[in-house]
Design a protein around this ligand. Sequence first.
Ligand code: ADP
Length: 422
Amino acid sequence: MKANELLNQIRAPWLQRVSVSIARGAGSREGFSQQLDRLFSCLQQAVTSGNPAWLDSVIHEWTGSPTLTDLQQRHNNVSDLLNKIISITNDVAIENLPEQDALDLLTTVMPIYTYALEKTARLEMEARVTYISNELAEMQQKLERLDRSKSSFISVAAHELKTPLTLIEGYTAMMRDLVSPNSNGQIDTLLNGVNIGIQRLRQIIDDMIDVSVIDNNLLSLNVQPLWLSHLFDLLKHDLEDVIRERHLNLEIKPFPGSDLWIYADAERLYQGLHNVLTNAIKYTPDHGRITVDGRTLPGFIEITIADTGIGISPEHQSQIFEKFGQLGHSNLHSSGKTKFKGGGPGLGLPITRGIIEAHGGTIWVESPGYDEEKCPGSTFHILIPSRTEPTDPKIAKLFGKLEKVQPEPDGKENPPTDSAAA
Ligand code: ADP
């Protein structure tokens, strides 16, 4: 007997069984019966034509409107429903047809059901992927909004704090002038304390302003020729006292590329490198070692700043470059900028990253992990483009002339004359 005639024979018991076992309540059963009727007719068409695509319209309709709960709770409702329908078809065929006919019918309809199941699973998966992508995009927008309000809060707070700070600074200077002639040692000590506080506050406010400038892509570089070795000489000199106080050993190796004349913003690079070095000091226990080294890479100079400090766990290695990405507890925050583990507001590394990226470089950290006992250390890598020609034509003109008249600096390479810009 042909499969379609066999289908006709089981139509009534099939509709009855599926409708009773799946639809709950008389109301939903009525609406659902019509849908089932349609499905059965499409199944018959698919059997007659040998084309399972006859089921497409029903599948699209059933999978086309998943509820929010289905999507959130990852329900594959239509796939589950089809699986039940397949099982009921099996039972109904066996119960209502002679054995051989039931076998013939099931052999014909199973590939059609398999096609329907695959298609349903794909459509349900696509619906979920679309839902998750939309959720992610929404989340991304929320985060961006949050970041913007954080950034404008920093900017407003910094500018608001700056005015009273300038007043305090001015009045303190006046008080110092008034008391100095009588030279009262105690008042001098107190005024010194106020001054240290003012300087620290100014530093934090300046950092807040720098962060908001970087966030808003407003950092402009004052590019000029420099040698990295000069910057490190200056840094070593400026950090000498604290290195001595903390019994640390700072070694700056004369690495390849440190004596190359490159075009960069000396002041900003100093600031960026200073932040990394102060962190190395802060997070390395007394008697530890800090080593600056580097090498040249095609188009770049790589600087490495390695310490023998407490290290950074892998999951925090990218977080520390985000603003307020400090890892220590806030009760460890100290006003001493170089005290061991004396955390700050978490603005140093985001500023350094902003400065390095504004130069077209990049910064990252490598560390085996965080361990205050074993102190595995951290190594910060900084890539700076070895730009040996100025990008600004005005500067090119200025230094082009200087190149000819400038005496060769002792022990340094000549300013480059051929193009090796990154
Ligand atoms: P902070 O003001 O807290 O020092 P930074 O942005 O400079 O802010 O650094 C962010 C965090 O990164 C620090 O709080 C610290 O936890 C971690 N960190 C930075 N440098 C080091 C280092 N050399 N060794 C260990 N941890 C470090």
